[in-house]
Design a protein around this ligand. Structure first.
Ligand code: PDG
Length: 310
């Protein structure tokens, strides 16, 4: 079946959104233009993956979403169980076995002239679209090319709390342009203090002197990051979650990025120089294999019942 045929057979095949109690083909979904999520980035969101028809760590993603909302004093208008059902509903209707599934809670649409965020009624949006790869899967065994940005620092956590998943992507997008300008695919941003933080949609890990290190502060506490830390623990690999000066990255034997959108993504070059021997290392590749194995493990996953829709 071609993409067009699939779409004719199921109008949700390219993705399914949920807005105001209704499921819509993703291309038809519209947000109200005055929603402060759009005009003020006043929201939190989360992204969870479906792989081979199973959600990966769905409740961990929802817990993070609700914790984030609390931190920005945003009360979702639906319960966690209700949003969970909506996410499952978008995937079921799409029929997608590999999906990128997003839930967004915005502060809402103000009455005319209202600027006080306490006076708005929050809104929920959700959608499922085909799975997204920050580094294409076929490129991962060769590794990707990254730079540490010189012209852009991560927004300080005292301004925008990075542990609350957010759309304040000005710094991350600026970093992407710097990466392209320097012939790389992705940027890693240092904070104002020169310590490594994260990049556009991913956390960072470095294997340095036999220890797997990842930044402890100033980053989103990624679910993939948590999974990698757990896998390393099971394998007896020492892990240090804490300050990671940019300089230390240049002597890493292995470097990799982690995200729901792409999993465990090895890095081949940093600032144009090979990391290790310039090929993904054995530690990264082993963790990557384990990460994908866990997507079949009932302890970490929820099987989607596609019913007749699939
Ligand atoms: N840091 C930032 C700034 C992120 O946006 C993400 C995830 C991560 C780290 C990694 O977190 P986790 O392992 O829980 O996925 N971002 C992407 C969404 C944004 C995108 O790039 O599409 C994700 O959740 O898939």
């Amino acid at each position: 079946m071609t993409g067009q045929d699939a779409q004719a057979a199921n109008p949700f095949a390219a993705g399914c959104a949920w807005i105001d109690g209704q499921y819509l083909p993703v291309a038809e979904a519209r947000i109200p233009i005055l929603d402060t999520g759009f005009v003020r980035s006043d929201l939190s969101y989360d992204v969870v993956a479906v792989w081979e028809g199973r959600f990966f760590r769905l409740d961990d993603h929802l817990d993070r979403l609700f914790a984030g909302c609390r931190r920005i004093r945003l009360t979702p208008p639906l319960t966690q169980a209700e949003i969970r059902e909506i996410l499952i509903g978008t995937v079921r209707r799409s029929g997608l076995r590999e999906a990128y599934v997003e839930a967004i809670v915005t502060r809402g649409v103000p009455e005319p002239g209202v600027r006080d965020p306490r006076r708005l009624t929050p809104r929920v949006y959700a959608y499922a679209i085909p799975y997204v790869w920050i580094v294409p899967s076929e490129q991962q065994p060769r590794g990707t090319d990254v730079v540490i940005t010189r012209g852009t620092r991560r927004i300080p956590p005292t301004a925008v709390d990075p542990t609350v998943k957010n759309f304040h992507w000005g710094d991350l997008t600026r970093g992407l342009f710097e990466a392209y300008d320097r012939g790389a695919a992705l940027p890693i941003l240092p904070g104002e203090d020169g310590l490594i933080t994260e990049g556009p949609g991913f956390n960072v890990f470095a294997l340095i002197d036999g220890v797997l290190r990842t930044p402890g502060h100033g980053v989103l506490e990624g679910i993939t990051r948590r999974t990698v830390i757990e896998i390393a623990g099971q394998d007896g690999l020492p892990v240090a979650v804490g300050d990671l000066p940019a300089d230390d990255l240049y002597r890493a034997a292995e470097l990799f990025l982690t995200s729901t959108a792409g999993g465990v993504m090895p890095v081949a070059t940093l600032d144009g120089q090979p990391v290790g021997d310039g090929r993904p290392g054995p530690v990264a590749m082993k963790i990557r294999d384990r990460y994908w194995e866990l997507h079949r493990d009932p302890r970490y996953t929820l099987e989607v019942d596609y019913g007749e829709a699939g």
